[in-house]
Design a protein around this ligand. Structure first.
Ligand code: FES
Ligand SMILES: [Fe+2]
Length: 348
């Protein structure tokens, strides 16, 4: 499916953010992930668990069932499942039918995020999680804001490509991102490693815009500012970067935007944004400002990619796609993502 040439929409041997930690409690909740209905809750010991939310008896939605201790009882005929998905009880008979367990998803909880592994259970390893601390998540010396989850009516690849092509900042965010009008004119390069593909823009000698002046009181002189767009996996893109005083080179600080991306279905995507900074970490006003900016900026991106999704879903014949030089990074990401999906299919 466009923009990928693979028949499978997403890689499955992958950690994805299922929820913020604060969302998952004793109550049962369901979240659609990669087209599957996933039941999430927390055991009495506080451990987050994830398993199929569809009762294998007659497909009743288990999030509408009830907790019995750490187990879940289906609301229709009372089949009961343990937190590992095992069917423990069928009220109408002794014993349980064969193959009555629910699919279980491996879970790791870190940095206030509940990650689930959607692929081969034997391949799940927390070593495959991204290095969140390097971006400022889950550590005391950075300030982090978790922005409200938004579910977008567009395929996840459109969101990834939106984040990798920051030349759009000068257009759809011209009035909402201070200094955004500069971004499209900064020279672009692409850095590729085994871990990531980064579209690099090193802004030089930029006038201190109103946001910089709030973040770094007293900074009236021009700054150097990195506008990175780093693809780490289909589940995580980091934008933002380091800022310094242009004349002296004195570091000011780093502001990262951590975009956590979880396909809900082939044409919908969950979008969790975390902002993280290593300066003024005890100034909550800066965090509130990031949240307020996000509520203005995000709808602009969402409107754009939902509009594209509608075009893609229409019967219109698409023109032959053309790309600009700034799209090189996004095109490399497409190929890397396709390779990830194809290598899974080859070993399946
Ligand atoms: S549908 Fe769940 S017990 Fe029958
Ligand atoms: Fe944007």
């Amino acid at each position: 499916m466009y923009p990928l040439t693979t028949t499978q929409h997403y890689p499955r041997n992958q950690w994805w953010v299922a929820a913020y930690s604060a969302e998952v409690g004793e109550a049962l909740m369901m979240r659609e992930i990669l087209g599957e209905r996933v039941l999430l809750y927390r055991t009495q010991a506080g451990e987050a668990v994830a398993m199929s939310a569809i009762c294998p008896h007659r497909a009743y939605p288990l999030e509408q069932g009830q907790r019995v201790g750490d187990a879940v009882q289906c609301g229709y005929h009372g089949f009961t499942f343990g937190p590992d998905g095992t069917c423990l009880r069928v009220p109408s008979q002794p014993g349980v039918p064969q193959k009555s367990s629910l699919r279980r998803y491996p879970v790791v909880e870190t940095a206030g995020l509940v990650w689930v592994w959607t692929g081969d259970v034997d391949m799940a390893s927390s070593a495959q999680l991204p290095d969140l601390a390097a971006m400022g998540l889950g550590r005391d010396d950075w300030a982090v804001e978790q922005h409200a989850l938004v579910t977008i009516n567009a395929r996840y690849t459109l969101l990834i490509e939106n984040l990798l092509d920051l030349s759009h900042v000068s257009f759809i965010h011209a009035t909402t991102i201070p200094g955004g009008e500069m971004v499209a004119s900064i020279p672009v390069s692409v850095e590729e490693t085994a871990q990531s593909i980064t579209v690099v823009r090193k802004g030089q000698n930029l006038p201190a815009n109103p946001l910089i002046k709030v973040q770094f009181p007293g900074q009236e002189d021009p700054v150097n500012q990195d506008f990175d767009a780093e693809y780490i996996s289909p589940a995580l893109v980091r934008t933002g970067g380091a800022m310094s005083d242009a004349a002296s080179g004195r570091p000011l600080g780093t502001q990262n935007y951590i975009h956590l991306i979880t396909p809900a279905s082939p044409t919908r995507v969950h979008y969790f944004v975390n902002t993280a900074r290593d300066f003024a970490v005890n100034n909550p006003a800066l965090g509130q400002m990031q949240i307020a900016m996000g509520t203005k900026i995000q709808p602009e991106d969402i409107a754009a990619i939902e509009a594209i999704e509608l075009v893609l879903q229409s019967d219109a014949t698409l023109p032959t796609e053309i790309s600009a030089r700034v799209d090189n990074g996004a095109l490399k990401v497409r190929r890397r993502l396709e390779m990830q999906i194809k290598s899974e299919q080859a070993t399946a």
